[in-house]
Design a protein around this ligand. Sequence first.
Ligand code: 4AD
Ligand code: MG
Length: 430
Amino acid sequence: MKTTIVNVKDYEGKEVKIGAWLANKRSSGKIAFLQLRDGTGFMQAVVAKSDVDEKTFELAKNMHQESSMYITGTIVEDTRSPLGFEMHVKDIELIHEAIDYPITPKEHGTEFLMDHRHLWLRSKRQHAVMKIRNEIIRSTYEFFNEHGFVKIDPPILTGASAEDTTELFHTEYFDEEAYLSQSGQLYLEAAAMALGKVFSFGPTFRAEKSKTRRHLIEFWMMEPEMAFVEHEESLEVQEQYVSHIVQSVLKNCQTELKTLNRDLSKLERVQAPFPRLTYKEAIQLLKDKGFTDIDYGDDFGAPHETAIAEEYNMPVFIINWPAHIKAFYMKPHPENPDLVLCADLIAPEGYGEIIGGSERIDDFELMEERYKQYHLTGPAYAWYLELRKYGSVPHSGFGLGLERTVAWISGVEHVRETIPFPRLLNRLYP
Ligand code: 4AD
Ligand code: MG
């Protein structure tokens, strides 16, 4: 019976055949222990000299790392292994012999591993991170579909910038100039006026010259946009959504979290509601903690975000930012027009900002004024202004950075391990 490692629990005491790669191996005179992987999981296979013919035993003893095979044997319980089962081998059919696999079980440097990303993905740790990424994507679709959102796919090639124009990737669009999307927000606002509650989930591009553990050049963003939803209501969606993905990973990725040695207690307590701190309070908190490099009106850097996060064992919203350090489309605070109705959600444990969101300006005249202030001219922005002309309504939305979220939930230090093929300041290979 052909099966996979993840399903061997259904075959205790039975003989099965599995297509697998050799992840690692050790052997002594009469026995060989093969560490197998098949994409669905990792399992030990025991080859006893007395159970197999001589050719098979020699093959098992001499096989090289990452060779591929069909392997047949009986599934038996093994309480010491994380899987709970191992295979007692009867036969091995070698498919392809791998010689000199570059990533050996010894330690390798980061640049070496990044140069071999196409192979590094096979390792147990990378496998675990990709499974957690997948669970976050799966539970994201689950959450937004269950809450009545419609998936909308904004264009990747655009004529307008949603965020900081200095970070745009320029490209040719026949005889026009175009950019790669930094955010689908502007298009999602149009879609929300057609469908009410919408979301997108796709790649975004930022030519940021940042070389930090939180920055990618190409990253995936989850962006909901909601008509008739005001700022505080949007915060409630955000905290429920983030709680949902954390709890889904806890429920469905136990093996992977164990592989990564993740402290589960730090994830278990992530439950809505999350604390809210005003920007002004955050500045005061930093000053009280001894920071001298930040003043009212400055944006936060990574050390500031980390220091704020340390005060809470939950994600924390920073609300009511000064308008001049935020985007042109954010709605002024009704009690203080120098502030905008927006929030950044800061993850615990130093992972930084995972969500940026706001209520959007819905007043035509005010948006026209912002266009002048921010020099947003030309046909690229005309349609966005028109949304304020025909049945404009209060609306809010936000963007969650997938890779920073995967890094936080997995407990991995750097975002380069959270996307299959990271695009970094100095890296387009592989
Ligand atoms: O705060 P940002 O720039 O917000 C927007 O783009 C809004 N238009 C979203 C919206 O309201 N629809 O980006 C949102 C999130 C950040 O909080 C961060 O998690 C992630 O995107 N992000 C990055 N992740 C990795 N590498 C980068 N260079 C990132 N830049 C932003
Ligand atoms: Mg932001």
